[in-house]
Design a binder for this molecule. Structure first.
Ligand SMILES: O=C(CO)[C@H](O)[C@H](O)COP(=O)(O)O
Length: 209
């Protein structure tokens, strides 16, 4: 299981500071959508220039014009980018093709997908690298957690790696271990902790690798 830190802060220097504090414990750093919206890929480039060797995911949540947007993410230094599972099939196929032509990876974010089992099978057949269940902040506020949805994804993939995101805390250690995703995505539980380095270290210890 790999550990991804989702950085949903509102400033690039804060993101850089957080990476510096946690980089010994984290496999993949996510340049979150709020950073994309506020500072675009030029902000992302600053993170890449500061950390040439870390694995960076640009959370673009692409919906259309997929090959162009995927290409842009990689042009600015991303290793992985994201498209939404509710996008058109053609967009997801174009995104997979563009990512693999660049020798990079694509994560399909299933936020908002209603027919999860069927859509997971369809996306799995399109050749994406990761399929992620994602309970967004708006549903987290209503008390939903991502583990039930994650099991639907896990039961319906063949080769695609699985990921889970959305309000996951260390208190869910047993559920995390039982779910055993390929990629565990943690945002606020590390980023807004009193001691992010220690929180990241505790998640790393839970993963046991
Ligand atoms: O993509 C996101 C929001 O759209 C977040 O990065 C994801 O939900 C993980 O963060 P958290 O653990 O704080 O929910």
């Amino acid at each position: 299981m790999k550990l991804q830190l989702a950085i949903d802060l509102e400033d690039v220097n804060g993101a850089i500071n957080l990476i510096e504090q946690t980089k010994d414990s984290i496999d993949i750093f996510e340049y979150g959508t709020p950073l994309v919206i506020n500072f675009g890929l030029e902000g992302f480039q600053k993170v890449r220039e500061t950390f040439p060797d870390v694995t960076l995911l640009a959370d673009l949540k692409i919906m259309d014009v997929a090959s162009y947007e995927v290409d842009q993410a990689f042009k600015y230094g991303a290793d992985i980018t994201t498209i939404l599972g509710v996008a058109e099939d053609q967009s997801i196929k174009d995104a997979v093709a563009a990512a693999h032509a660049a020798g990079k990876e694509l994560l399909v974010d299933m936020i908002g997908v209603q027919n999860l089992a069927e859509r997971t099978q369809q996306v799995d057949a399109m050749g994406a690298d990761y399929i992620a269940t994602h309970t967004g902040y708006d549903l987290q506020a209503l008390g939903q957690d991502p583990f039930a949805a994650f099991n639907v994804i896990k039961e319906n993939v063949t080769d695609t790696k699985t990921a889970i995101a959305g309000g996951i805390k260390l208190a869910a250690a047993d559920e995390i271990k039982a779910a055993n995703p390929d990629l565990l995505i943690i945002g606020g539980a590390i980023a807004t902790a009193e001691n992010p380095a220690e929180s990241a270290r505790q998640f790393r210890e839970l993963l046991g690798n």
